[in-house]
Design a protein around this ligand. Structure first.
Ligand code: DQA
Length: 146
């Protein structure tokens, strides 16, 4: 089963959005890199992005049955969404929360995540490398359980 890679609101603007914070790589660059990294690890990636909370929740529901693990950057919903957290808490597979920026070094409201308590792993501040690290973790976790 593939790994579900979910990017939340405003991450479609990557490369153009606050490049000092989020870098110059686009969402397409991010997803291409994740696919290549996954292939090196013997994994497949199912990549989604949405600006809509309900669409993100529906994507997470797909992972109830269709995916071996989830990598999610919930964007601003990290700090607001009980509903997204509840969807992730329902999953039988490992969840890795990824943030491009170090959310703890920014505004105080970014330090609180509704998602972190239900995530298996949390990665922040490593930029695109964070997604590579997430895939590496899942590769080891999935092989160990296989
Ligand atoms: C982000 C951090 C969030 O606080 C912010 O709302 C985002 C992106 C990150 O990847 O660093 O949209 O999740």
């Amino acid at each position: 089963r593939p790994v579900l890679l979910v990017n939340g609101p405003n991450l479609d603007l990557l490369g153009r959005r606050e490049p000092d914070i989020y870098g110059h790589d686009t969402l397409a660059d991010l997803e291409d890199r994740a696919r290549r990294t996954a292939a090196d690890l013997g994994l497949e990636v199912d990549a989604r992005q949405s600006n809509h909370e309900g669409v993100l929740i529906d994507a997470v529901h797909d992972a109830m049955t269709d995916h071996a693990g989830v990598i999610i950057n919930p964007g601003g919903y990290t700090h607001t969404s009980v509903a997204l957290r509840d969807a992730l808490a329902a999953l039988p597979v490992p969840v890795v929360e990824v943030h491009l920026s170090n959310v703890h070094a920014r505004e105080a409201f970014r330090s609180h995540s509704y998602v972190s308590p239900v995530a298996t792993v949390v990665i922040a501040g490593a930029g695109l490398t964070g997604y590579d690290l997430a895939l590496r973790f899942l590769a080891e976790r999935i092989v160990r359980r296989a």
